[in-house]
Design a protein. Structure first.
Length: 581
């Protein structure tokens, strides 16, 4: 009995000695930083961070393999707590949310085959790229729903995934598992920076190119936007969009027209500090000084501009680049980047005899003077040369100023006329006379004052570089008419000579040269450009688009990121796949 007890005691003693030795040899130190981070994490072990549990995530964060905000379940509070443990600060940013990019009912696309195997989107994609003829549509098998660690996804009544934004943490599991790229993480900030590609289930929103027009009625985007904007203005309750935390970066916006205002707006939303430098007394560019009151009431324009300025945009008016400041002087003042949106403010010459007679007016100058509320007296008989919107605006304005006979002389036919159809129709209803296939050849006067205009009839030949048929003069068709005023509206062009001293390259047309129209980069680092100063005179929506794309590029530049463009970006020339079939 005693011997047995001694044996057991001996075994216990030996075991204790061995454990003591093992603890010395195999001792595993617990990193206090890892322990502290583990305690700060919620312990959900959901795997949304990409690691096998919270302890693995904590080790990765401590070793720098993961960021302090790696935990998706804990949210911003957990990220701040982890950052404090590490002795670093984190940038507060807008949370990402999952968003389903496909809106078409699954029944709207024909089925290639019935897949009776595993109900998995990835497996279906491996077989003929999915079971649906629509290449950009959702496969609807719910793989993303099953993979979501937070039960934030479900299949809706139309067969497409739906996102519960209150449960979604923006972990990205659904995005990584979707083989069609239909569901993605997004936020207002991401959407500002996003360029849509042909592979995405989206509409380019250009009237006759609307995808919904292929399966029904196209979206009347203009009237929808007008409806929403009118509600906001008439209720006097402005909807303030999300604005990212301030970055401390300053951007000089040269020109307060459509492109400059747009660029400033989006830069402010991205957290930067834009300042608009405008040569005219008020902002708006050609929206204010080139479009008449009857077409764009200034009260509406003022309301829209005020909303942009409320985002934190500073303004300096009645200052001109080249005269009052340069890129170098603004750089010395602390600006980090620049956007050139100086527009196209000058009128092309008619190039005919008598153009310097009293009574001959440049179209843009005529409309600008009206915008500045200057006196613009005209006579009873007014002829407008040109066929664009400026010509129509000048004609309808002349009629409102008391002209008794207003004639538009255009060298091509009605079919080739570039002005908006509705504007042409409205001008005709107001009594404006259209004389097509005619071009001025001489202006005549007495005592330095305009009295007559001579024109020559034209016929259309082969198409020119614009794609329109080239007008050819018909010999022996000279005609002389009495006029009191001739308004030249054959085209506008930008004045850009002042940029040469700042090292900004110009094209052969004296427009600002950009290395890529989708980024707005110029040949000078940190200087971007867009709108009419780059493309020549165009419509306002083109300038707005250029301003937004430039804001994206400037944000990437200020963030130290590469300024790149995704492949297959949607442009006006893109041929998009049908959603039907």
């Amino acid at each position: 009995m005693v011997a047995g007890m001694l044996a057991i005691g001996g075994i216990g003693l030996v075991a204790s000695l061995l454990l003591g030795i093992a603890s010395k040899i195999f001792y595993v130190a617990v990193d206090p930083t890892v322990l502290a981070i583990t305690e700060a994490l919620p312990g959900a072990n959901c795997g949304a961070c990409g690691f096998a549990g919270c302890s693995s995530c904590a080790k990765a964060i401590a070793k720098g393999r993961a960021k302090p905000d790696a935990c998706q379940a804990g949210g911003a509070d957990t990220a701040v707590a982890v950052a404090q443990i590490l002795g670093v600060t984190i940038e507060v940013k807008e949370p990402d949310k999952a968003r389903v990019g496909c809106r078409y009912n699954v029944e709207e696309a024909d089925t290639k085959f019935i897949y009776d195997g595993a109900k998995d989107c990835r497996a279906a994609t491996m077989l003929f790229n999915g079971s649906k003829v629509c290449e950009i549509g959702c496969l609807t098998l719910g793989t993303c729903v099953n993979a979501c660690p937070f039960d934030a996804l479900s299949i809706g009544p139309n067969g497409l995934p739906e996102v519960n934004e209150y449960l979604c943490t923006g972990c990205g599991t659904c995005e990584s598992i979707c083989p069609k790229g239909i569901i993605r993480l997004t936020s207002q900030t991401r959407r500002i920076q996003h360029l849509y590609t042909q592979d995405e289930c989206t509409s380019p929103c250009q009237e006759d190119m609307c995808r919904l027009g292929k399966i029904g009625d196209p979206v009347n985007i203009n009237h929808l936007k007008r409806f929403v904007a009118d509600i906001e203005m008439n209720t006097n309750e402005r909807i303030t969009p999300y604005k990212a935390p301030e970055t401390g970066k300053r951007v000089a916006i040269i020109g307060g027209g459509p492109s400059g205002l747009t660029c400033a707006y989006y830069l402010a939303r991205l957290g930067h500090s834009p300042t608009i430098f405008e040569a005219m007394p008020k902002l708006g560019g050609m929206l204010r000084y080139g479009i008449p009151e009857y077409r764009l009431p200034k009260a509406i324009l003022d309301w829209e501009i005020a909303g942009i300025l409320e985002m934190g945009v500073e303004v300096k008016t009645s200052v001109s680049m080249g005269a009052d400041f340069t890129i170098k002087s603004l750089t010395d003042d602390g600006f980090d980047a620049f956007f050139l949106g100086t527009g196209a403010w000058d009128t092309r010459s008619l190039g005919v005899e008598g153009e310097d007679l009293e009574g001959v007016l440049p179209g843009t100058h005529f409309l600008i003077d009206r915008g500045l509320e200057k006196e613009t007296p005209i006579g009873d008989r007014v002829a407008i040369i040109g066929g664009g919107n400026t010509a129509i605006d000048a004609a309808r304005t002349s009629w409102r100023l008391g002209a008794k006979e207003v004639t538009i002389i255009y060298r091509r036919s009605r079919k080739e006329m570039p002005a908006n159809d509705i504007e042409i129709e409205e001008a005709g209803k107001e009594g404006v006379i259209f004389h097509y296939l005619a071009a001025p050849t001489r202006l005549m006067g007495k005592d330095g004052k305009l009295t007559h205009l001579e024109y020559l009839e034209m016929e259309l030949g082969e198409p020119d570089e614009s794609g329109r048929r080239r007008p050819v003069p018909k010999k022996g068709t000279e005609t002389i008419i009495e006029v009191d005023n001739v308004i030249n509206a054959i085209g506008q062009f930008p004045v850009t000579g002042f940029l040469k001293k700042d090292g900004v390259a110009l094209s052969k047309r004296n427009t600002i040269e950009v290395t890529n129209p989708l980024t707005g980069e110029t040949t000078k680092e940190g200087v971007f450009a867009g709108g009419d100063a780059v493309t020549g005179a165009s419509i306002a929506v083109e300038a707005i688009g250029a301003g937004r794309r430039a804001a994206r590029s400037i944000h990437l530049y200020l963030s130290g990121e590469e300024i790149s463009v995704p492949e297959r970006v949607i442009t006006k020339k893109s041929i998009l796949p049908d959603v039907e079939g």
